[in-house]
Every structure is written in C-alpha cells, then in structure tokens.
Ligand binder design. Structure first.
Ligand code: SF4
Length: 147
C-alpha cells in the first residue's frame, strides 16, 4: 500500500480522453509522482455526462444553473459530480486537488461567462467551490510548483 499523500487530479490532465470534445489536457506532472499518489477524477463523467458531450457553462450562481450549448439544463450532473469528488476526498483522506483551470467543474480562478463566446470571467467551477468549502486546497495546472 502506498504511503504517499493522495492528490485528486483532473483526469484530463493525466491524459484521459474525458473532455467535452473527447480529447484530453495532458500535462507532464511525473515529478509529482515522487510525492503524491494520483487519484484521477472527472466530475462531469462521474456526474453521468457522456463523452463527447456538448460544452456547458455556468449561467447563474444563485441559484446555480448550468446549461449546455443546446440550452439543456445540466446542473444536476455537475452537482452529482462535485458531491462524488467530495466523497472520494473524504473517504481517501485527500486534502489537495490539482484541477484544470477554466472548466465549469474544475476551474479554480476562471470560468467561461455563460455566453458561449469563449469569454472568461473570474469564478469557480462547481466541484472546486464544493471542495474549497470543505477545506480541500485547490491548485490549477499553473500552480504545480506549489505542490
Ligand atoms: Fe477535465 Fe474536469 Fe473537464 Fe473532466 S470536468 S474534462 S476532469 S476539466
């Protein structure tokens, strides 16, 4: 059994083809393997959405509302994925997560603004918001040096 600290990682950053377009966001984080055991996770897939899937954006935070580009409300899938992420963190005693910036699930500092025009605004993805609320530390792919 590994004694390394566990790190929740956006599955797409590890090369899993789980992005909305069926691709991934692979980055080289092999150095982190010396310190962490990676726990790959994709909140949108775990929430029940297919891959590929239409892109989704958060259109309202209060109340939370997420729609895909075809205007279908997909909020419940995002919430389910976020809850599953939190459960995994609790069950495996995970305190840190490395998550993909700009995603409506995994974005830490920026998300798309809900207009489907590739416009970013300051904000958090659904999974990130729930994990932060539960004291899990979030890092994006530009903050790997802090891990
Ligand atoms: Fe990657 Fe997160 Fe999007 Fe899944 S939801 S594809 S893990 S950024």
């Amino acid at each position: 059994m590994s004694t390394k600290e566990k790190l929740l990682v956006s599955a797409c950053l590890l090369g899993a083809n789980v992005k909305y377009n069926g691709k991934n966001n692979l980055i080289n984080i092999s150095k982190l393997k010396e310190k962490y055991e990676f726990i790959p996770f994709c909140p949108e897939v775990e929430g029940g959405l297919p891959t590929p899937r239409p892109p989704s954006e958060i259109v309202s935070n209060n109340p939370l509302r997420i729609i895909n580009i075809s205007k279908v409300d997909v909020t419940r899938y995002f919430l389910k994925g976020a809850k599953k992420a939190l459960n995994i963190c609790k069950n495996l005693n995970i305190k840190k997560a490395l998550l993909k910036e700009n995603s409506p699930s995994c974005g830490k500092n920026f998300i798309y603004d809900g207009s489907f025009s590739k416009t970013l605004k300051a904000g958090q993805g659904v999974t990130v918001a729930l994990l932060i609320k539960n004291s899990i530390k979030i890092f994006n792919e530009n903050e790997i040096c802090y891990l």
